[in-house]
Design a protein around this ligand. Structure first.
Ligand code: GLP
Length: 240
């Protein structure tokens, strides 16, 4: 694992954006794995700024898969991860919407297997952007998730629903269930790029990077991956 301490959240975003651009320049049909949440926003804003300035690559040939999706939101809900990733990144990069996939909450029984098949059919994820939950979760793999898990339905912990209440107005309004890529799914991506900023992530980052590989800190699976990069601002790196 390559751990890269940087000077600010903006620098984390700039370095992550450059890694994504380098991949897409060398492989215009790259498969990108995209995270939602606050952590990747500086990265996405940097990519959008460079795209608008005309200095970025063309994204017309890429395919995208999000990490996860809420279950139970009406179609088109602005906080669904499908709408969120359109709004925060892919529409602005002119990636056609039919090239952006999210797990399908319409049929949770089959959604996991269908999502796994779609990722394999696309050739697998070249670069997976990741954030980290304050409890060490990756995507929505809460502590206790199997390290070999694949895409499936999960129940959110109270802590994660509290963390995400800011997007919904209150923790009660946060869906209880989600579809999420598993830790095994994430480990199949060829390059994992985790971005973490802020003091609230310091303990989780320290456990993921320096603690034992354990389901009690799902992000510790990065230690098992041959090409994992962790970009940190000073606050997120404070526990190392
Ligand atoms: C969310 C997402 C994750 C994200 C994490 C951290 O609930 N499902 O993909 O990485 O929690 O979120 P944030 O970046 O907003 O702190």
């Amino acid at each position: 694992m390559e751990v890269v301490p940087l000077s600010s959240a903006a620098e984390v975003g700039a370095v992550a954006a450059s890694a994504i651009e380098a991949l897409v320049r060398s492989r215009p049909d790259a498969v990108l794995g995209l995270a939602t949440g606050s952590s990747p926003l500086p990265t996405y804003q940097e990519l959008l700024a460079r795209h608008r300035a005309g200095t970025g690559p063309s994204y017309g040939g890429v395919r995208c898969f999000t990490l996860d999706e809420y279950v139970g939101l009406p179609i088109g809900h602005p906080e669904s991860y499908r709408e969120t990733i359109y709004r925060e990144l892919t529409d602005g990069l002119d990636i056609p919407r039919d090239r952006v996939a999210t797990p399908d909450p319409a049929d949770v029984e089959t959604a996991g297997a269908r999502y796994e098949e779609a990722i394999v059919a696309a050739g697998g994820v070249d670069l997976q952007v990741l954030g980290i939950g304050s409890d060490g979760h990756l995507a929505f793999n809460e502590p206790g998730s199997s390290l070999a898990s694949l895409t499936r339905i999960k129940t959110l912990t109270a802590r994660t629903r509290d963390d995400n209440a800011r997007f919904f107005g209150s923790a009660d309004d946060v869906p209880r269930h989600v579809l999420t890529q598993g830790l095994g799914t994430i480990l199949r991506a060829r390059h994992l790029l985790l971005v973490a900023t802020g003091a609230g992530k310091a303990d989780a980052v320290a456990a993921a990077v320096e603690g034992p590989v354990s389901a009690s800190c799902p992000a510790s699976v990065l230690q098992l991956h041959p090409h994992a990069t962790v970009l940190l601002d000073p606050d997120a790196a404070a526990g190392l």
